[in-house]
Design a protein around this ligand. Structure first.
Ligand code: PRP
Ligand code: URA
Length: 209
């Protein structure tokens, strides 16, 4: 599927294995989530537009490339998406940050919205939604719809691990959205957890259980 970008880089795969390991503690888990977000950001921004600028080096004047100033926003899905924010801001420090609070009802697995705060000019920005886990796809699909209702036109979804079911759901509901992930796992279990996955991303980032 040309809308799914699996970022198969050795550094990413190595760091993802650290996240998967049940022995990894909260400090390391949080740090590695952030590092993975930085590495993924590098790929997910590959199509940012450039413009030509004239620069005087200590030796000569020449024409070079600079970002053309496209406005970006990142939108973490609370809670777990928060763990990816700093890693992205390392590379794009001027990006604005919106927040969507969604949790998945453990019985129905349907997303429940509890918070939303967007930059005023969100409709003029290209948005990258951040959430480490794409399981059934319910949360991601709802977050994307949310942003579309605000008038956002270009949306990318960044997940660390995706399940085939989630990819299918997002692709069906929002065929215009590119999905960036570091792995596509095997399946979901009966509780909607990704197998083999890494467990509950929010709990492991924040040390709740
Ligand atoms: C997790 C995860 C996603 C969602 C994925 O959040 O961070 O938001 O589940 O599942 P889905 O694709 O089936 O919707 P959770 O509901 O556990 O909330 P939390 O981030 O507050 O822990
Ligand atoms: N949310 C998580 O945090 N982990 C999963 O495996 C599925 C949903």
């Amino acid at each position: 599927m040309d809308k799914v970008h699996v970022l198969d880089h050795p550094l990413l795969q190595h760091k993802l294995s650290i996240l998967r390991d049940a022995r990894t503690g909260v400090k390391d888990f949080r740090e590695v989530v952030s590092e993975i977000a930085t590495l993924m950001c590098y790929e997910a921004t590959r199509d940012l537009p450039l413009e030509e600028v004239e620069i005087k080096t200590p030796v000569a004047t020449g024409k070079f490339k600079a970002l053309s100033g496209k406005k970006l926003a990142i939108v973490p899905v609370l809670r777990a998406g928060l763990g990816m924010v700093d890693g992205i801001l390392t590379l794009i420090p001027s990006a604005k940050v919106g927040h969507i609070g969604l949790y998945r009802d453990p019985q129905t697995l349907e997303p429940v919205e509890y918070y939303c705060k967007m930059p005023n000019d969100i409709s003029e920005r290209d948005v990258i939604i951040l959430d480490p886990m794409l399981a059934t796809g319910g949360s991601a699909s709802a977050a994307i719809q949310f942003l579309k209702n605000y008038g956002v036109k270009h949306i990318k979804l960044m997940n660390i691990i995706a399940a085939p079911e989630g990819i299918e759901r997002v692709h069906k509901d929002h065929p215009d959205v590119d999905i960036y992930c570091a792995a596509v796992d095997e399946k979901l279990n009966d509780h909607g957890y990704i197998v083999p996955g890494l467990g509950d991303a929010g709990d492991r980032i924040f040390g709740t259980k």
